[in-house]
Design a protein around this ligand. Structure first.
Ligand code: PLP
Length: 534
C-alpha cells in the first residue's frame, strides 16, 4: 500500500459558489470583455469544477447513448470531400466560446462527417472496438496527463506498462524472457524492431557513423513476404536502408511466405556480397490474414544470423484464445514481436504492444540521456524513453490494464472466439452460394470473397465487385473494404467490433446479394458517376 500523506485532502467538487461572480455559464473560460481585468487568477485558469462536471455529464451521456445505438448513424458518412472543412470557420475564435456551443457544434458539424468505427456494421480493413473500460481509461489518462518518459516522471505509468505487458505476454502464451513496451502503432513497433536489428550488428557501427558515405558497408537486406504490410517497407525507407533492399518473398497458394524462396533469396544475396539483416514474418497479413510459417522462418534466421521480427499486429491477439495458441508457434525464438490490442483486443486506438527478447539491443539502439533527463535512480529502473525514438509517452497502459481486468482472460477469449465463429458462418454462406467464391482461408475473423457469376470474364468480375462494394457501403448499415489478389478485385469482411452480432453479419450478406443482383442487372457504366458529374 503506498504511503498516504497525512495532510492529503481528497479532491471534492465544490458547489456552484466556486464559480466567480460575473462568470457567465455560457462563457466559462477566459476574459469576457469589460471588467475582466479585475478578475482573479481563476479567470485565467481552467473551467470551474462545477462547470466541468456539468459538461462532463453531457459528454458521458452522449457517449452512453452513442454506444447504446451507434446504428442510428450511417457507418460511412454521406459527405463530399471538403464539406466538413467548409462548415468550419477559417480562423480561430479570438474570444472564449462556451462548451455548450462547442459541443453543439460537435454534434451538428463533426459527427455527420465521422466514419463510425465503433458501429457494429463496420467490417472494413480490420474492424476495431473502443470498449467501455477503454473509454473510461482514456478519460483518466487525459485527466492525469502523465508524461511517462522516465520512471521518475510517473512511477505508476512505467510500472503499470511493464506489468500489463507482462500480463499480455502470459495471455498470449509466450514464455518468460520477453520485455514488452507500448508504442502508438505497429508501424512504429516494426520501425524500432528493424532499428534494433541493425544495432544487433555492432560491427556496422551505424549508430555512430551512419550509412551515408560508407563504401565499407555492404547492402543491408530485409526479407518479408509479398503480402507483408507496407509498414515494413516504410521502416526500411525511414532507416535509410533503401527501399530496394526490401526483398518481397513469394507466397504459396494460401498467401504464406515460401521458406524455400526465402532461403534462395538469402543465398543469392550472400553470393552478391549483400548482408541479410532481418526477416519480418507476418501472423495475420493485411489482405487475407494468412500466417507465415514462423518456426521454419526462425530456423533460416538463426542459421543466417538475421533478426526475426514477427508482425502479428492483427492476428496475434487471437492467441488469447487457448485453442488458437498455435498461431504464434515458433515466435518463442523470434527476436521481436508486435501485437496491437487496438486492433483486436477491444482497446481504443492507439495501443501497440512491442515485445523483444533482446531489450539490451533495443536500448543500445536508442538510449541517449542528456543532462536534463538524468535521474538518481536511472540505473535501478526502466526509463521507457530508452527504448525508442519518442521522449514523451502517454499513459496508455491504463487502458489495456482496465480492458484486461474488466473482461478477464476468459471474457476476452470468449469474445474473440464468437467473432471467429461469425466469420466462419459467413464464409460457409459464401461457400454454399452459387456464383460466390471464397478466395482465401479464414484463420481468424476476416473473410475474403467475391461475386463470380458463371460465364463472366475476369475483368467483368472485378468491375462487378467494385460496383457491389459501392452499393453496399452506400446503404449506411455496413462498411466493407477490398483488396486485390493476383489481379482479382476481392471483397473483405472483417469482424472485430465487440458490438457486432450475427444479425449484422447476416444483414451484410443480404445487402451483398441484393447489390449483386442489382449490379448484374444494371449495365456497369450506369453504376458509375460520369466523369463530368452529370
Ligand atoms: N501490420 C499489419 C499486418 C497490419 O494489418 C497493419 C494495419 O492494418 C499494420 C501492420 C499497421 O498497423 P498500425 O496502424 O498500428 O501501424
Amino acid at each position: 500500500m503506498p504511503n498516504v500523506d497525512p495532510d492529503f485532502v481528497p479532491v471534492s467538487i465544490p458547489g456552484p459558489a466556486a464559480t466567480e461572480p460575473g462568470d457567465s455559464p455560457d462563457r466559462p473560460f477566459g476574459p469576457t470583455g469589460e471588467g475582466s481585468s479585475s478578475r482573479t487568477v481563476a479567470a485565467l485558469g481552467d473551467l470551474p469544477p462545477q462547470e466541468f462536471l456539468r459538461q462532463a455529464e453531457r459528454v458521458v451521456r452522449w457517449i452512453t447513448e452513442y454506444l447504446a445505438a451507434p446504428e442510428r448513424f450511417p457507418v460511412v458518412p454521406r459527405v463530399a470531400p471538403g464539406e466538413i472543412a467548409a462548415a468550419l470557420p477559417a480562423a480561430p475564435p479570438a474570444a472564449a466560446e462556451s462548451l455548450d456551443a462547442i459541443l453543439d457544434d460537435f454534434e451538428r458539424l463533426i459527427v455527420p462527417g465521422v466514419t463510425h468505427w465503433n458501429h457494429p456494421g463496420f467490417f472494413a480493413y480490420f474492424a476495431i472496438t473502443a470498449s467501455a473500460p477503454g473509454i473510461l481509461a482514456e478519460m483518466l489518462i487525459s485527466a492525469l496527463n502523465v508524461n511517462a518518459m522516465l520512471w521518475k516522471t510517473s512511477p505508476s505509468a512505467t510500472e503499470l506498462e511493464l506489468r500489463t505487458l507482462d500480463w499480455l505476454r502470459q495471455l498470449l502464451g509466450l514464455g518468460d524472457g520477453w520485455f514488452g513496451l507500448i508504442n502508438d502503432t505497429a508501424s512504429i513497433s516494426t520501425l524500432l524492431a528493424l532499428a534494433a536489428a541493425r544495432e544487433a550488428k555492432p560491427e556496422l557501427e551505424v549508430r555512430e557513423r551512419g550509412l551515408a558515405g560508407r563504401p565499407d558497408l555492404p547492402r543491408l537486406r530485409v526479407y518479408t513476404s509479398s503480402h507483408a504490410h507496407s509498414s515494413v517497407d516504410k521502416a526500411v525507407i525511414t532507416l535509410g536502408l533503401g527501399h530496394e533492399n526490401v526483398v518481397h518473398i513469394e507466397t504459396d497458394d494460401a498467401y504464406r511466405m515460401r521458406v524455400d524462396a526465402l532461403e534462395a533469396a538469402v543465398a543469392a544475396d550472400r553470393a552478391r556480397g549483400f548482408l541479410p539483416l532481418a526477416t519480418v514474418a507476418t501472423v495475420g497479413t493485411t489482405s487475407t490474414t494468412s500466417i507465415d510459417p514462423v518456426r521454419a522462418i526462425a530456423g533460416v534466421c538463426e542459421r543466417e544470423r538475421m533478426w526475426l521480427h514477427v508482425d502479428a499486429s492483427y492476428g496475434g491477439v487471437a492467441a488469447v484464445v487457448p485453442e488458437m495458441r498455435h498461431i504464434l508457434d515458433g515466435t518463442e525464438i523470434a527476436d521481436s514481436l508486435v501485437v496491437n490490442p487496438h486492433k483486436w483486443l477491444f482497446t481504443p486506438i492507439d495501443l501497440s504492444a512491442m515485445f523483444t527478447r533482446r531489450p539490451d539491443v533495443l536500448k543500445r539502439a536508442f538510449s541517449l540521456v542528456p543532462e536534463y533527463l538524468v535521474t538518481r535512480e536511472q540505473n535501478d529502473v526502466v526509463n521507457l524513453m530508452d527504448y525508442g525514438v519518442q521522449l514523451g509517452r502517454r499513459f496508455r497502459a491504463l487502458k489495456l490494464w482496465m480492458v484486461i481486468r474488466a473482461f478477464g482472460a476468459d471474457g476476452l477469449a470468449a469474445r474473440l472466439r464468437a467473432q471467429m465463429e461469425m466469420a466462419r458462418e459467413f464464409a460457409q454462406r459464401i461457400d454454399d452460394a452459387p456464383d460466390w467464391e471464397r478466395v482465401a482461408p479464414v484463420p481468424f475473423s476476416l473473410v475474403c470473397f467475391r461475386y463470380a457469376p458463371a460465364g463472366s470474364t475476369e475483368a467483368e468480375r472485378s468491375a462487378l465487385n467494385e460496383a457491389i462494394l459501392e452499393r453496399v457501403n452506400a446503404s449506411g448499415s455496413v462498411y466493407l473494404s477490398h483488396t486485390r489478389l493476383e489481379d482479382r478485385y476481392v471483397l473483405r469482411l472483417a469482424i472485430g467490433n465487440m458490438r457486432t452480432e450475427r444479425r449484422h453479419v447476416m444483414e451484410a450478406w443480404r445487402l451483398l446479394r441484393e447489390a449483386a443482383a442489382t449490379s448484374s442487372a444494371t449495365p456497369l457504366a450506369a453504376t458509375r458517376p460520369s466523369p463530368t458529374g452529370d
